[in-house]
Design a protein around this ligand. Structure first.
Ligand SMILES: [Zn+2]
Length: 140
C-alpha cells in the first residue's frame, strides 16, 4: 500500500494534533478500523510521572468501550518523517484484539505512507489468550 484513504489521513492528523505530550513532545495518533467498518481514534496522553498512555492503547480502549473486540486495520502516525511503529506494550495490547493477518500501516508526520506490517510480523510467536486456554481471534 502506498496511498492511504484521505479520510483516514485527515482523522489521524486531527487526533495526533490533540495529543497531550508536554514531556516528550512526541505526539502520536492511532486509528483502528474494525470488521464492522467503524473507526476508533486515540492519541498519546502523558502525565508527569512518565507513565502515559500510548495512542494505540487509547484507540483500543475506545473500540472496546463501544462494544467491539476486533481490529481489522490499525494506522499509526507520528510527529515527523521517521518510522513511528507501535511500542512493545502496544504490540501485545493490539495482539489481544488482532488476527495474524491484521494490517498495521505507519505514516509519517505529514500523512504519507511509510511501511506496513501484519500483526504476526510485529509480534511473532507471541503469547496470547490461547496460551492460557482462552479463545483468541489469532486462531479463528
Ligand atoms: Zn505504545
Amino acid at each position: 500500500m502506498s496511498t492511504i484513504d484521505p479520510s483516514v489521513v485527515e482523522r489521524l492528523l486531527a487526533v495526533r494534533d490533540q495529543a497531550y505530550t508536554p514531556y516528550s513532545e512526541h505526539p502520536v495518533g492511532a486509528l483502528i478500523e474494525t470488521a464492522a467498518g467503524r473507526r476508533y481514534a486515540g492519541c498519546n496522553v502523558e502525565i508527569a510521572n512518565y507513565k502515559g498512555l500510548c495512542a494505540e492503547a487509547g484507540a483500543i480502549a475506545a473500540m472496546v468501550a463501544n462494544g467491539e473486540r476486533r481490529i481489522d486495520t490499525l494506522y499509526v502516525i507520528g510527529p515527523a518523517e521517521h518510522l513511528c511503529t507501535p511500542c512493545g506494550d502496544c504490540r501485545q495490547r493490539m495482539r489481544e484484539f488482532a488476527s495474524p493477518a491484521t494490517r498495521i500501516h505507519v505514516l509519517d508526520g505529514r500523512g504519507q505512507w511509510l511501511k506496513s506490517y501484519t500483526m504476526d510480523a510485529l509480534l511473532p510467536d507471541s503469547f496470547g489468550p490461547e496460551n492460557i486456554g482462552k479463545p483468541s481471534p489469532m486462531h479463528d
